[in-house]
Design a protein around this ligand. Structure first.
Ligand SMILES: NC(=O)C1=CN([C@@H]2O[C@H](COP(=O)(O)OP(=O)(O)OC[C@H]3O[C@@H](n4cnc5c(N)ncnc54)[C@H](O)[C@@H]3O)[C@@H](O)[C@H]2O)[C@H](O)CC1
Ligand SMILES: [K+]
Length: 227
């Protein structure tokens, strides 16, 4: 049994769950986000949490996490790199729920917006939902700037699925590649390839696996460790 899975294998889990098992992507995102929120609230009860949301489903997870953290007694603030109308699919659904729930959301128009630094300074915990397994290459603006501001903040940093920018910085694809420096990474389904090699823990911190509720047979068939 492989102890880690590749990004491709992780995306395959999603695909098989939705295509072969007819699981709705919203169910997977809700399972992922609610389990992550429970773990974050357990680690940091009553914390003020800033959730950084990108444009894909990693960002979508962030809106689910925000909703469940509020229910678990945390103060949440969302920093969104896109408006709900700029999102698609499951991420757009959860971004709209967050907006209609009147959760505090700051939309990144300029990285020099003083509200961004203020939100970073006010946070006890910063959750990285900017980029997950859909990342390709070194971070493009404004992700680089947002990650740099987060890395300079005093908050505890938690990465969802993978630290944003880690694959590029691990591969050292360019000397200006940067990545989110997490104290802890909550990764979905299984530890990702490379997380237990070299000095990955410089960016991942402590790595924990979060299940997303797909059938055990699916994981067994894909030879993904379940315990
Ligand atoms: N089975 C599971 O593990 C589940 C995973 N979930 C989450 O979904 C993400 C993967 O979502 P996806 O939409 O495929 O990709 P991302 O959210 O990582 O981002 C894609 C988005 O970002 C842009 N982008 C790509 N590279 C860069 C870059 N270098 N700089 C800036 N922007 C970049 C790209 O254009 C897209 O717009 C997974 O990680 C999990 O968090 C499900 O939610 C639950 C089940
Ligand atoms: K991330």
């Amino acid at each position: 049994m492989p102890q880690t899975i590749t990004f491709e294998q992780s995306r395959r889990v999603d695909q098989v769950a939705m295509e072969h098992y007819a699981m709705n992507g919203l169910v997977l995102m809700e399972n992922a986000g609610s389990a992550a929120a429970r773990r974050i609230a357990q680690l940091h009860p009553g914390a003020s949490v800033l959730i950084l949301c990108g444009k894909g489903n990693n960002g979508g997870d962030g809106y689910v996490i925000a909703r469940h953290l509020q229910l678990l007694g945390c103060d949440v603030h969302l920093l969104a790199t896109a408006t709900p109308d700029e999102l698609s699919g499951d991420a757009a659904v959860n971004a709209r729920i967050a907006a209609r729930s009147e959760m505090p959301i700051t939309f990144v128009k300029s990285v020099h917006d003083p509200d961004i630094q203020a939100a970073m300074d006010a946070a006890d915990v910063i959750v990285d939902c900017l980029l997950g397994t859909g990342v390709s290459g070194p971070l493009r603006s404004p992700f680089q700037e947002i990650v740099s501001l987060a890395n300079a903040a005093s908050a505890v940093r938690i990465a969802m699925d993978v630290p944003t920018g880690w694959p590029a910085v691990q591969a050292e694809t360019s000397d200006d590649a940067i990545a989110f420096v997490a104290d802890r990474t909550l990764t979905f389904v299984a530890v990702k390839a490379g997380m237990n090699e070299n000095d990955a823990d410089r960016w991942t911190g402590v790595v924990e696996v979060i299940g997303i509720g797909v059938p055990k047979k699916l994981l067994d068939d894909l030879e993904i460790p379940t315990a």
